[in-house]
Design a protein. Structure first.
Length: 122
């Protein structure tokens, strides 16, 4: 889900999760950055009677300098790095968020097709 740059990540998380819960009924665990603690944590907890979903906040260890590799968060950073290889995603060229979201889908389809082709070609 792509939102405007003026939308805070923690504010955009709730609409994203509403869409995910409609499409992904087996969703059970979410990992989030420390910035998502607060209202989002309480909102997810309020859904527990209907959904067995758990939001886990992955925090930076205290006393660590530099850029530590945090569990599960590096997957997101790695994916953003892959997107940087696509010129259309390297900069914010698009006027509509729907176009940006479509280009991300195209990039991910391209990545997955290349990996699948690598597996099937001996």
């Amino acid at each position: 889900m792509v939102t405007a740059a003026s939308v805070q990540d923690r504010d955009g998380a709730q609409p994203l999760l509403e869409v995910l819960w409609q499409q992904c009924s087996r969703l059970r665990r979410l990992w989030a950055d420390g910035a998502y603690a607060g209202d989002l944590l309480a909102w997810v907890w309020a859904l527990r009677p209907w959904r067995k979903v758990r939001l886990e906040i992955v925090k930076r260890p205290t006393g660590v300098k530099g850029f530590p590799r945090l569990p599960w968060r590096w997957i997101v950073a790695r994916t953003f790095g892959w997107w940087g290889r696509y010129r259309r995603l390297a900069k914010a060229y698009e006027d509509l968020t729907q176009t940006s979201e479509a280009m991300i889908r195209v990039a991910m389809i391209h990545l997955m097709v290349r990996r699948l082709a690598r597996l099937t070609c001996f």
